[in-house]
Design a protein around this ligand. Structure first.
Ligand SMILES: Nc1nc2c(ncn2[C@@H]2O[C@H](COP(=O)(O)OP(=O)(O)O)[C@@H](O)[C@H]2O)c(=O)[nH]1
Ligand SMILES: [Mg+2]
Length: 222
């Protein structure tokens, strides 16, 4: 085809693009972060699709899952953004990306592996990066989430439940011990998150609870 040819469009031929109507009343964006291999992708799969896999594949870039729930007869679509471990505060990732990833976040799940104390020790630093570089809203709801509770045993070199809970309490965070493998605690933790966001008065007005995911992707991920 010669490039001088222009497609001819006659009046009335162009189909009007149908307006997209969301099938929910509110959309809450939440993120999940933590050390590599703590089980973030499996938590996401268990929560959104009730699935679990023993395979470990490093998350590349960003994946997200959504699930709807209802509060006071309003439908809420909760998004969970799951990043690659390198996304937050690691070398090589331009800081503006963290900013984009955290745009409009209402809740964050900070995951550690109960069987690996180092993954718990790294949580305050991750949080600090989210706060300073990600610029998350001061009222962003935070859940400290100890995963792999199916591997829990008395004694041994594991993260102490009381210590982890005390850290969460002192900082005004929620706390949950969960297992993506057997599913325990997962749905409850996500319900706690949606309810906490719903109940936060500062998210009213200052930030719209409804926005189009497509718009966000287009504006934030060029
Ligand atoms: N026993 C057990 N293993 C888990 C659990 N959650 C994840 N895993 C395993 O831990 C590894 C890392 O999980 P993944 O979700 O990919 O970690 P991510 O890097 O944080 O996304 C995989 O081999 C999973 O099968 C859990 O609750 N219990
Ligand atoms: Mg992953």
């Amino acid at each position: 085809m010669s490039n001088t040819e222009e497609p001819t469009v006659e009046a009335g031929q162009v189909e009007e693009e149908e307006e997209w109507v969301p099938d929910y009343d509110f959309c809450y964006k939440t993120i999940i972060t933590g050390d590599p291999s703590t089980g973030k992708s499996q938590i996401s799969a268990r929560w959104s699709r009730d699935e679990f896999s023993e395979d470990y594949t490093t998350t590349v870039g960003v994946e997200f899952a959504t699930k709807k729930s209802e509060i006071d007869s309003k439908v809420i679509s909760q998004q969970l953004w799951d990043t690659s471990p390198h996304m937050i505060g690691e070398e090589g990732i331009p800081v503006p990306l963290i900013h984009r990833y955290c745009f409009n976040v209402f809740g964050a799940f900070l995951v550690y592996d109960i069987t690996k104390p180092d993954t718990f020790k790294n949580i305050p630093e991750r949080l600090d990066v989210l706060r300073t570089k990600g610029d998350i809203h001061p009222k962003t709801k935070i859940i400290i989430m100890g995963n792999k509770s199916d591997l829990k045993k008395d004694g041994g070199d594991q993260v102490d439940t009381a210590e982890a809970k005390a850290y969460a309490d002192e900082n005004g965070f929620f706390f949950a011990e969960v297992s993506a493998l057997d599913g325990s605690g997962i749905q409850d933790a996500f319900k706690t998150m949606v309810q906490a966001i719903w109940d936060e008065p500062e998210f009213d007005g200052s930030k719209s609870k409804t926005y189009e995911l497509r718009d966000e992707i287009e504006s934030q991920w060029p």
